[in-house]
Write a protein that binds this ligand. Sequence first.
Ligand SMILES: Nc1ncnc2c1ncn2[C@@H]1O[C@H](COP(=O)(O)OP(=O)(O)OP(=O)(O)O)[C@@H](O)[C@H]1O
Ligand SMILES: [Mg+2]
Length: 300
Amino acid sequence: MSARRSSHAWLDNELNDADVLPERRHKARARKPLGRRRIESLTADPETGDAADDVIRFLLDRGHLTEVVAELKSGKEATAYVARGPRGSVLLKLYRDLEARSFKRDGVYREGQVILDQRAARAMQGRTRKGLEMLQAGWVCAEYAHLWQLWRAGLNVPEPLVGPEPSEYAQTTPAVLMRLIGSEDAPAPRLSDASLTPEEARSAWRQAVQGMADLLRLGYAHGDYSTYNLLWWENTVIIIDFPQLTTRSNPNFQQLLRRDAESLATSFRRHGLTETAEQTLREVQRRALGPGPEPRVLLP
Ligand SMILES: Nc1ncnc2c1ncn2[C@@H]1O[C@H](COP(=O)(O)OP(=O)(O)OP(=O)(O)O)[C@@H](O)[C@H]1O
Ligand SMILES: [Mg+2]
């Protein structure tokens, strides 16, 4: 294992068994692995007000959520639900249980990260149950940490709704809570599904390239950047899906950046855009040298 430091300081801190509440640890071991959860198991029983799902009950008890409204979309690693919380409409992203996830995409993105705790590193490498739990928590915490950083930096990303302290959001594993883009009845479509006029398509393209440049200015490649991970709402492009963001400490960085430029260009073809991957990458690099967005001021 290389001696370079992890770019995610929280990762080195989040691996302590003692950080997981004992009652959650027990419950997590006692139940069967879950893939996609059915909405009925997530909504509270009208008689008792209790939710059948452990994670949802925890989120309700802690006041992060008041209700799960509908399932929105089931993806490779997680299912997205529309929910409600104390501050309005929530997008609840619920990662599949450890055993139901492949972590196939994990290695290439985590290369170059260093886990200082050798026992933790071995557990993750060996895919023991403990190791899988650590990978899961790492994946969820990475999404929150990136959301917080990018939101603060002024990028168009959904506002994270738990945190900003890692000790707060680490507890919501395997869920990530963020502001719902769009409305409960009509959540924002992905750019891959939106129908755009030629003018809107141009604007969406410019914003998508600018978004990728803004990430690069902060030292990141998204790792899965295409119209499938860009939402379109009120003529604005919002970037989503951040667990796999990588930094220059990853030896695959340039390759991932190039691949992002390529998927962006290819996925925009259906909107009539014809830029090549090379042109896209050059434009991203040029804009990354220019000014970035205004940072957001967070109210206490
Ligand atoms: N903040 C949000 N507001 C509205 N919709 C959202 C938001 N975040 C995610 N979504 C919707 O949920 C879907 C899944 O989210 P995301 O891409 O983060 O998860 P994923 O498991 O990686 O999905 P996939 O495997 O399809 O990429 C998105 O395609 C989008 O339609
Ligand atoms: Mg996605």
